[in-house]
Write a protein that binds this ligand. Structure first.
Ligand SMILES: [Zn+2]
Length: 339
């Protein structure tokens, strides 16, 4: 239903109950039940409460304009699972909505193809777990390193060790870092890491907190000299509506982390190694290229500690068939990393 005027959401079905929230005119609520006095129990945003039926009207048009797939989802030619599949949409895909069937299926357009998809797997926000685990869909642990290595030698020893020991690290350098490596060493850091079978994602240009910017401002901060790719890690993991707006409008997916070593805080090799080694299957571990985790000996110990617990780390890229010598990783990451 939709509110016809500004309307209070209350704790019970009458004006004597306390106010939980004031809903602006035109707010859409979903109805849970109706009291005999004509009040409705409704859900509004994160609140569940009661509102007077006098100011509520049934909605025929509450269709969202865009939804996100919460898992891999089939786009079909009709509004139930018996219809043929048009294409498979990845988890976290944004679709444009044009209709809703009584079955709860939505008519949507994904990358220029229109069809029907089950409403059970579509929500207004991208799936949250994909944010922490990114495109790593398997049980291997992904070690990720943000910001900037101290020197070219530090970069080369870490990525060289990773490549020759079958480790596929994820590096998230800032645009400023790329510029600095270019001017100090005449080197394209991203290309150098990719040539060693490592993955490189975006980490903004200047490492500003995106939540302090508008959508357009955050877009500029992500583009510019930043890594051009389809996955990005927001500085500090800071996100709000404007930041999400920037990511989605430039077609970049958000990859945060599931284990934070806080390496910048402890600055202690043994502690960093032990925190990274505590990862569980499928985890994304956050470290930084300027701290002690980004070094051959640390990588060796983390890999060996995880192996002792039956866990593998993401492997260096060997192409889509995953065999043979290490090859250059693509700039755009696949929806599911071949770890
Ligand atoms: Zn950072």
């Amino acid at each position: 239903m939709v509110t016809l005027d500004e309307l209070n959401l209350r704790m019970g079905s009458g004006v004597s109950f306390g106010i939980l929230a004031t809903m602006p005119k035109g707010s859409v609520v979903s109805v849970l039940s109706r009291a005999s006095n004509g009040w409705y129990q409704v859900i509004y945003k994160s609140y569940t409460g009661w509102a007077s039926g006098t100011y509520l009207k049934a909605t025929t048009q509450t269709l969202p304009t865009q939804l996100y797939t919460q898992d891999e989802l089939n786009l079909r030619t009709g509004s139930n699972a018996t219809f043929p599949i048009v294409t498979e949409m990845p988890r976290g895909a944004r679709v444009d909505v044009s209709a809703r069937a009584s079955s709860g299926w939505y008519k949507v357009t994904y990358r220029g193809r229109t069809g029907w998809a089950s409403g059970s797997y579509l929500k207004k926000t991208p799936p949250s777990t994909s944010q922490g685990k990114g495109p790593n869909r398997g049980p291997r642990v992904v070690l990720t390193f943000d910001d900037c290595p101290r020197t070219l030698a530090a970069l080369d020893s870490a990525i060289g060790y990773a490549a020759s020991n079958d480790m596929g690290l994820v590096l998230a350098p800032t645009g400023d870092c790329l510029s600095s490596f270019r001017s100090r060493y005449g080197v394209d850091l991203a290309a150098r890491a990719r040539a060693k079978g490592q993955w490189v994602i975006n980490h903004s240009v200047t490492h500003r907190d995106l939540t302090t910017l508008t959508c357009a401002g955050a877009e500029r901060e992500l583009l510019g000299t930043g890594v051009r790719t389809n996955w990005g890690r927001p500085p500090y993991g800071a996100l709000d509506t404007a930041a999400r707006c920037a990511y989605s409008s430039i077609g970049m997916k958000i990859w945060t982390w599931t284990v934070d070593t806080r390496d910048w805080q402890v600055q202690n090799k043994a502690i960093i190694i032990s925190r990274a080694s505590a990862a569980r299957a499928g985890d994304t571990v956050l470290m930084h290229m300027q701290w002690q985790g980004f070094a051959p000996d640390s990588l060796r110990q983390i890999k060996s500690n995880l192996a002792a617990r039956g866990l593998g780390v993401c492997r260096a890229y060997r192409g889509t068939n995953e065999i043979g010598a290490v090859v250059t990783t693509p700039r755009m990451l696949p929806d599911s990393l071949p770890c």
